[in-house]
Design a protein. Structure first.
Length: 82
């Protein structure tokens, strides 16, 4: 029986106490982290050297992951770092 597809919301940063935080959604977390670490995609994460995965949540449905990402991005900055 094939494994069910999973979706992830994740945070990347560049240092343990950094205040630069990237929030994203993906269907393949190990591959996406590899892309960030090796700066394979241009953009915010590569510009700020965001190579450290600090948090993730797993979902069964893609719309649940997208809604959670939107919820997190709507939080105040102080709450994201709590």
């Amino acid at each position: 029986m094939p494994k069910n597809k999973r979706f992830f919301v994740y945070f990347m940063t560049n240092r343990p106490r950094s205040h630069v935080l990237y929030t994203g959604t993906t269907g393949n977390l190990p591959h996406r982290v590899f892309q960030h670490k090796n700066k394979l995609l241009p953009g915010f994460a590569s510009r700020y050297n965001l190579t450290r995965l600090v948090y993730y949540e797993e979902f069964v449905y893609p719309d649940a992951a997208i809604n959670r990402e939107k919820e997190i991005k709507g939080w105040r900055r102080s709450r994201r770092f709590a």
